[in-house]
Design a protein around this ligand. Structure first.
Ligand code: NAD
Length: 469
């Protein structure tokens, strides 16, 4: 990796990065106490500014349900900090590795070391969680961290920059601006590790830029997460849980159920129940404060386009009103819509939806969803509802996805000890908890030679010495 002081045209970004690199190469790795102190400062910063952060995110969205920000962002990040602080002494300790018999009584250890400077590029949909959760793992592993937040959440991004600058030395942890051109310049910096969370399209660009520096990447990407309702499922329970998971953050969740396979004879019944649940949970008034707005007019128009295309190709929308309804549109609240009779030729079945549109596809044989899923990009998440263990285990064995929740949605993501990460087009690498600590560390193998081993018998002249080994 080229860390020479060869500069891009002088810029604040370039200076911030090079200052971090210089500090990381000259100072010894931070001890446990220093890492715990960083995490404590982050914890206090969050606790002291919870309302400001929540309000900034809400203003960026137009409206973001405050409870959703608390559950999916603040509590999640505080939980990650708490878990990391508790486990860090164990994660940092050198790990014992068995020693091959012929080298006894020597010792093998795996020594976790900070990589140096970790860059984080984050999206807008959970701006607090997706900037800070990877930062927690990177700081815990003893790295310095530079974050590039999203330009679609300008108020939040400016506030995060201000708060981190007040709590941390700029060479330890800082946040860039969101000016034009900064994203590309950021991805081109020779980080020791780069975490990118965002779309698969931009992920490819970032991976290429990082590849030029041989910078290792963690790519947390998007895609379409399928949901299968098995013939053995409790339809009422499935409809309620899927409706909630789909409408959290108005569907702007990377692991939201993207489309649902339902046994053909029960398609209409399921769609009706799904829609009733959506109305019960989020009401009929667009001003309902529990329901989050779509992030921008451009994304609202994109969702309208997906729905128009599906209807033009024969799908039937099940919705309280049209997205063109001015009462909804002026608040950028997209009416929750079940799309009945979706077919693979529709754009809604080809692009990641990332909004409150839920296509339903009928199926006859349990193999059909498996074949469909395997004919498409590997998804970030997969959900399965039912009680038939044989069909459940066939789906688990024959599909590959970033993660799975059985009989609910999203919950595998909330498990502290489970890795988060996609596979294939949905991502590369993992983080959260120890998985993040390991991803942002060099796990260095160290062999401690024993004075009592007879390896010297192997030195030339070989003669008959080989026979004594
Ligand atoms: P995006 O890919 O448009 O942008 C993500 C980030 O990349 C932003 O900060 C943006 O400024 C930056 N960026 C844009 N062009 C760039 C370039 N050329 N070089 C470097 N950086 C660049 O994604 P988005 O719209 O912000 O977020 C939505 C997407 O993120 C969805 O696809 C969603 O599934 C995905 N996502 C994935 C996860 C996960 O954990 N796997 C979590 C949240 C969101």
């Amino acid at each position: 990796m080229d860390h020479s002081l060869k500069r891009l045209p002088v810029s604040a970004l370039d200076d911030a990065f090079h200052a971090m690199v210089a500090a990381s190469r000259s100072a010894p790795p931070p001890a446990l106490a220093a890492r715990l102190d960083s995490l404590k400062r982050l914890r206090s910063m969050l606790a002291d500014n919870e309302t400001r952060l929540e309000q900034a995110i809400s203003a960026d969205f137009g409206h973001r349900c405050a409870v959703e920000t608390t559950i999916a962002e603040t509590l999640f990040v505080q939980g990650e900090i708490k878990h990391t602080m508790k486990m860090l002494p164990r994660w940092m300790a050198a790990r014992r590795i068995a020693t091959s018999l012929q080298f006894w009584p020597a010792r093998n250890r795996l020594m976790p070391q900070p990589l140096g400077v970790v860059g984080i590029i984050a999206p807008w949909n959970y701006p607090l969680q997706l900037t800070l959760a990877p930062a927690i793992g990177a700081l815990a592993a003893g790295n310095r961290v530079l974050i590039k937040p999203s330009e679609l959440t300008p108020r939040f991004s400016a506030l995060l920059k201000e708060l981190i600058a007040a709590a941390f030395d700029a060479t330890e942890f800082s946040v860039t601006g969101i000016d034009d051109g900064i994203a590309q310049a950021f991805a081109a910096l020779p980080f020791d590790h780069l975490v990118f969370t965002g779309s698969t399209r931009v992920g490819r660009i970032v991976a290429e830029a990082a590849g030029r520096n041989l910078t290792p990447v963690t790519l947390e990407l998007g895609g379409k997460s399928p949901t299968i309702v098995d013939a053995s499922a409790d339809i009422d329970e499935a409809a309620q849980r899927i409706a909630y998971a789909k409408l959290l953050n108005a569907g702007q969740t990377c692991i939201a159920p993207d489309y649902v396979f339902v046994p053909e004879p029960r398609g209409d019944e399921f769609a009706g129940k799904l829609h009733r649940n959506m109305l019960q949970m989020f009401g009929t008034n667009p001003a309902n404060s529990d329901y989050t707005s779509i992030i921008s007019d451009q994304h609202y128009a994109r969702l309208e386009g997906l729905l128009r295309d599906a209807v033009a190709r024969g799908a039937k929308p099940l919705s309280l009103t049209s997205p063109e309804d001015p009462a909804w549109k002026k608040l950028r609240k997209f009416p929750p819509t079940v799309v009945v009779g979706a077919t693979p030729d529709m754009a809604i079945m080809q692009e990641e939806i990332f909004g409150p549109l839920l296509p339903i596809i009928g199926y006859r044989e349990p193999d059909e969803p498996i074949r469909y899923i395997n004919a498409h990009d590997r998804p970030l998440a997969l959900y399965w509802f039912g009680s038939n263990e044989a069909t459940r285990d066939a789906v688990l064995a024959r599909t590959v996805s970033g993660g799975v929740t059985i009989n609910d949605c999203l919950l595998h993501f909330a498990q502290m000890n489970q890795p988060m990460g996609g596979v294939g087009a949905s991502g590369i690498g993992h983080y959260h908890g120890e998985w993040g600590f390991n991803s942002f560390s060099k796990l260095k193998p160290v062999f401690y030679r024993s004075p009592f081993n007879r390896m010297k018998d192997l030195y030339p002249p070989y003669g008959a010495s080989i026979a004594r080994i």
